[in-house]
Design a protein around this ligand. Structure first.
Ligand code: DX5
Length: 206
């Protein structure tokens, strides 16, 4: 995989979507041994309600692992307002919440910041980017879902590149994270479209 782009710098964020402690630790070990070691990893948190899947790892269980790599918690859960503080207490540097899961994204982003983490807002493939512009003033970045959230190993949906290009045009300095179906074949195109951070699940471990 390329480590740099001609046009812009970017980073790779390995994602851990695990159904058991053993799977979590197995993926963590691969990340730990990779070179260069990533500066951030993503922990996928799925509650079986926001989307139809579940993941291993409560905030207390993750905290007990004493991770030596900073992480963001990707909350694919209903009522992220009730969950984010526990994840920050568990050590999350960034909290990714879903625009679709909250009635008050601005209030939630402010709450995350006050609690000591950086707020990143995720948008699902069907969510239009013409949202309240004030949101962009309170978040540290946006996460564009290239797939329907909840499961790894899916193929990137059409429309992804167009959406990233439009976001980059409207927000030249916005941190744009992309998640879902990212692999060695499409990453350069994503970077060229304007993405800064590539979240990689299955392709990272294959
Ligand atoms: C899916 C998660 C992703 C997932 C990515 O909802 O947000 O982080 O683990 O996996 P791949 O790269 O396989 O699509």
């Amino acid at each position: 995989m390329p480590s740099n782009s001609k046009k812009t710098t970017f980073s790779i964020i390995p994602a851990i979507l695990a159904h058991s402690r053993a799977e979590f630790l197995e993926k963590l070990e691969i990340i730990r041994k990779s070179s260069p070691k990533p500066k951030l990893l993503q922990i996928d948190v799925v509650d079986g309600k926001f989307v139809d899947n579940t993941t291993w790892g409560t905030p207390a269980q993750i905290k007990a692992l004493q991770l030596d790599i900073p992480f963001e918690a990707h909350l694919m859960v209903n009522n992220p307002e009730k969950a984010y503080k526990r994840w920050i207490t568990a050590g999350a540097n960034r909290v990714v919440f879903h625009y679709e899961a909250t009635k008050d994204p601005i209030g939630l982003a402010k709450g995350i910041r006050i609690a000591g983490a950086k707020p990143i807002m995720a948008i699902n493939p069907e969510t239009n980017i013409n949202i309240d512009p004030l949101i962009f003033k309170v978040i540290n970045g946006i996460l564009v879902m290239d797939i329907h959230p909840g499961f790894g190993g899916q193929k990137m949906l059409p429309g992804t590149f167009k959406k990233i290009r439009a976001l980059r045009k409207a927000h030249p300095h916005l941190k744009i994270e992309v998640d879902g179906g990212v692999n060695a074949k499409n990453m350069q195109k994503l970077i060229d479209a304007g993405a800064n951070e590539l979240v990689i699940g299955s392709a990272y471990y294959s």
